[in-house]
Design a protein around this ligand. Structure first.
Ligand code: PDD
Length: 287
């Protein structure tokens, strides 16, 4: 079966899908993206993801390439053509194709829209063995709240993690605090049982999974505090975990080679994973 990509109004064979060499996304990373999970044929948290896409576009003054109605139609049509039941939808919007110049094009340019899909195995309730983290200096810019395709610092941090045998990098700011992961949000459970994740501001991406997990934690009456936490505090935490559209809730069992807690996935991460999977299945946070 051919796999399709959507490129500027056309559904094309994924292997042949192309954008122009003068696309500003390619030339200047002048664009934004979104990744939405699909479970059993349904999108997880579609509205907040599309709202975040709109926000990213607005912050960079890129016009929406199509209406929300059209975009939701294109998503479904691509899912249908690719028989996507479980996996991910990737959407990317760039400022468009123009003669190379750092400044915005002075003549009207249509923003470019690309969508692709990826099949994955459905994420299970079982958290597995947990993952290892490697800390890396956060060398990103001051607008990490925008989901831009300019991901070089994230790419380098992730690669350094992988080369050290870790799965994800945690980015550490100049104050020694963990901002977030290279492509995930970071959480800890302190020794006092407080659930902690960094507050959302320009320093991190406001993860959609993070947002949903906040309401799940609230329903479960967990004590959630949004504040910065240091790498040292993370290493001494009872539990740690990451969240994202791709990883749901995944326990962290090692940071820079040191075990977190007893070095095994903890009960809070297990419970939150269970509830998040339930949410992904039913659309309801906590039955
Ligand atoms: N990454 N922080 C960063 C820097 C991210 O890139 C992501 C998402 C998250 C989690 O956001 P969400 O819960 O909305 O997925 C946090 C996506 C999955 C990616 O780049 O593939």
């Amino acid at each position: 079966m051919a796999r399709y990509a959507y490129v500027n109004g056309r559904y094309v064979d994924h292997r042949l899908a192309k954008v122009h060499v003068e696309d500003r996304g390619y030339q200047l990373a002048d664009g934004v993206y979104e990744v939405v999970g699909v479970r059993d044929g349904k999108l997880i948290d579609e509205t907040p993801h599309l709202d975040r896409l709109d926000r990213s576009l607005k912050e960079l003054r890129i016009a929406a390439p199509v209406s929300r109605k059209t975009l939701t139609f294109v998503i479904r049509e691509l899912m249908r053509r690719n028989r996507l039941r479980d996996g991910l939808i990737y959407m990317q919007v760039t400022r468009g194709v123009a003669r190379r110049d750092h400044a915005f094009p002075t003549i009207p340019v249509k923003p470019a829209l690309v969508l692709t899909t990826k099949n994955t195995k459905p994420v299970g309730i079982d958290v597995g063995p947990g993952i290892a983290i490697k800390s890396q200096r956060d060398i990103r810019w001051e607008r990490c709240d925008i989901k831009t395709v300019a991901l070089l610092p994230n790419v380098l941090a992730k690669q350094a993690a992988r080369e050290s045998g870790a799965y994800e990098a945690w980015l550490v700011d100049s104050a020694g605090c963990v901002t977030e992961g290279a492509s995930t949000n970071a959480w800890i459970v302190t020794r006092d049982g407080e659930l902690v994740t960094r507050q959302t501001d320009n320093g991190i991406l406001a993860g959609i999974t993070r947002g949903t997990l906040k309401s799940i934690a609230d329903t479960l009456q967990l004590k959630l505090v949004e504040r910065p936490f240091s790498l040292t505090e993370a290493k001494q935490a009872r539990e740690a975990f990451i969240t994202s559209a791709t990883s749901f809730v995944t326990p962290v069992v090692k940071i820079d080679g040191e075990p977190v807690g007893d070095g095994k996935p903890g009960p809070t991460a297990r419970r939150l994973r269970e509830e998040y999977v339930r949410f992904a299945d039913t659309g309801e946070a906590v039955a």
